[in-house]
Design a protein around this ligand. Structure first.
Ligand code: AMP
Length: 540
């Protein structure tokens, strides 16, 4: 019996010893920066010892409010390595969500990028940020800011010791945290233990996970604040592969030049990013010869995108996951005995959300509480469980009652499973909208709209959109005879004062009544069925 606990530390140790000269490259505010695993490991130890000197240890949360770059990757191993918790915050969230998250998590330090200082200042509230002892700005200087106390990252790390000895940690020590907004009500915190991150990393290395190995050059375009960039910084290090970080809000031209210049073999992100790259490729001559695979997840990968990349010699690997599943749950690899299927049938399989990753279990539960057959037709809610699937939310007993059943996580995704085991999402039980990979709360928009005196009722749904996958559309019943154009302008400005631009509905439709269910709730299913194409948005 026995063995050593499952923690992240050995991944970094092995990369440093076996691949000291492999590179981590990152596009930052200062240009392209590159260094080796040997330097990465030194700097991460320095950071860790600086964190320890700051009093960070077990149970302490270290927040990051950052894009994808090497300094962020140092916090990925540094904070969990001292027993603390890496808490990535999504800087695109409405400021009041950021406040709620920092207060709920009781973050002690917040690392942020110079370009995100303004967004952090907008979210800052002395009460909500009471637990925050210091802000650390990524780079070697601190721009003008109201936040305090504040220090630049290089000075902070400069205080640390590159010979720092990592402590032994229990695998149950919380190592990470991420809030999900894919939910009704307030964002929910999911904690990842050392063991959860370890087992997720190992699963992603398998061929039926993402199959990363030491020949790979991995570029996570998925933001590092989205479920640890799908675990890629950990998996890439564990494999001894080269890291490429695209930095602050990369556009398709940035991605194309990084692929060409750094020889990227695997990249990953939501469909919107790849639609942007495909558009860029139409007018620009880009050498994609190094690129073997694009992992698309976070929203459904359109079959047309899979085909267009196939034509360019790049394999699209469609994956499904959730914040709650750390995140990778299914990957649409082709089973070896399906290799001879006609091309159309093969593509249809690859466009599904895919096969469960080794290590997890699933079941699909119908309305009657019974499991549905794997016949590709019967549908129900997907339940999953496994070593890297959470069994509870942080400080949310009511959600723990409703969203779990024993060891099973109820995903809120409605799926079919075909006889080969391929999961396909056909609907979503949760009342939220995912636009370009980011959640928008329909309920919050409804409340904001209904706060207007001239509005009697409002219902907001996600309408399919080619580029963003979904965009919000609001159905509004007026309380009097307000002029629709004026009311729309008013509502847009009310929403704009509280929420980021991208939350604002693309269409306001003034209707006499909103369909209701037998129990008097807004019947969004009917609305969605009625407006299941983009014509509504195009008409605007
Ligand atoms: P998040 O927790 O923000 O990662 O969101 C997880 C949710 O995003 C899932 O429960 C799905 O509703 C949706 N999702 C993730 N991946 C996919 C995918 N490949 N296809 C369709 N929906 C997806």
């Amino acid at each position: 019996m026995g063995g050593y606990d499952q923690t992240l530390r050995p991944f970094l140790w092995r990369a440093e010893r076996l691949y000291p000269d492999r590179e981590l490259v990152s596009r930052t505010h200062e240009g392209i920066e590159r260094y080796t695993y040997a330097e990465y490991a030194d700097r991460t130890r320095q950071l860790a010892s600086a964190l320890e000197a700051e009093g960070i240890g077990e149970g302490d949360r270290v927040a990051t409010f950052c894009w994808n770059h090497h300094r962020h990757a140092e916090v990925y191993f540094g904070a969990p390595g001292v027993g603390g918790q890496l808490h990535t915050i999504n800087p695109l969230l409405p400021p009041k969500h950021v406040q709620y998250i920092v207060e709920n998590a009781e973050d002690r330090l917040v690392f942020t990028d110079p370009s995100l200082l303004e967004a952090l200042e907008a979210a800052y509230d002395p009460d909500a940020f009471e637990s925050v002892e210091r802000f650390v700005v990524m780079g070697s200087e601190v721009p003008e800011t109201d936040l305090e106390p504040v220090v630049d990252y290089e000075s902070f790390v400069g205080e640390g010791d590159a010979d720092y000895e990592w402590p032994d940690l229990d695998e149950e020590t919380p190592a990470g945290m991420c809030y999900t907004s894919g939910t009704t009500g307030k964002p929910k915190g999911v904690e990842y233990t050392q063991q959860m991150l370890w087992s997720h990393t190992m699963a992603t290395l398998t061929p039926h996970g993402l199959g990363i190995d030491d020949s790979d050059v991995v570029m996570p375009v998925v933001p590092m604040f989205h479920v640890n960039a799908w675990g890629l910084p950990f998996s890439t290090t564990a494999a001894g592969a080269k890291h490429v970080y695209p930095g602050p809000s990369p556009d398709p031209a940035d991605l194309a030049s990084l692929i060409e210049e750094e020889g990227v073999t695997i990249t990953a992100g939501v469909p919107t990013v790849w639609l942007g790259l495909l558009e860029h490729l139409e007018d620009n001559d880009v050498d994609l010869s190094s690129l073997e695979r694009i992992v698309i997840g976070g929203a459904a990968a359109p079959e047309s995108v899979i085909r267009r990349f196939d034509d360019l010699g790049v394999e699209v690997v469609h994956a499904w996951g959730m914040t709650e599943t750390a995140p990778i749950g299914t990957v649409a690899h082709l089973k070896h005995d399906l290799a001879d299927l006609p091309e159309g049938e093969r593509d249809a399989k690859r466009a599904k959300q895919g096969l469960l990753v080794p290590g997890l279990e699933m079941k699909v539960v119908g309305d009657d509480g019974e499991e549905v057959p794997w016949d590709g037709e019967a549908f129900g809610e997907l339940y999953v469980r496994g070593p890297w699937v959470t069994d509870s939310y942080f400080k949310r007993p009511e959600a723990n009652e409703s969203d779990f059943e024993g060891s099973w996580l109820k995903t809120g995704d409605i799926v079919t499973v075909d006889p080969d085991g391929y999961v396909k999402i056909v609907d979503r039980a949760k009342d939220v909208i995912k636009s370009g990979g980011e959640w928008i709360s329909s309920q919050e928009l409804e409340n904001a709209i209904m706060a207007h005196d001239a509005v009697a009722e409002a219902s907001v749904i996600g309408v399919p959109h080619e580029k963003w996958q979904e965009r919000p559309a609001a159905f509004v019943v007026r309380a009097g005879d307000a002029d629709p154009d004026e009311l729309e302008a008013d509502l847009e400005s009310m929403i704009g004062s509280e929420y980021p631009d991208w939350w604002s509905p693309d269409a306001f439709v003034f209707v006499d009544e909103i369909p209701k269910t037998a129990t008097g709730k807004f019947d969004k299913k009917t609305l969605r069925e009625e407006y299941a194409d983009e014509s509504l948005l195009e008409a605007e």
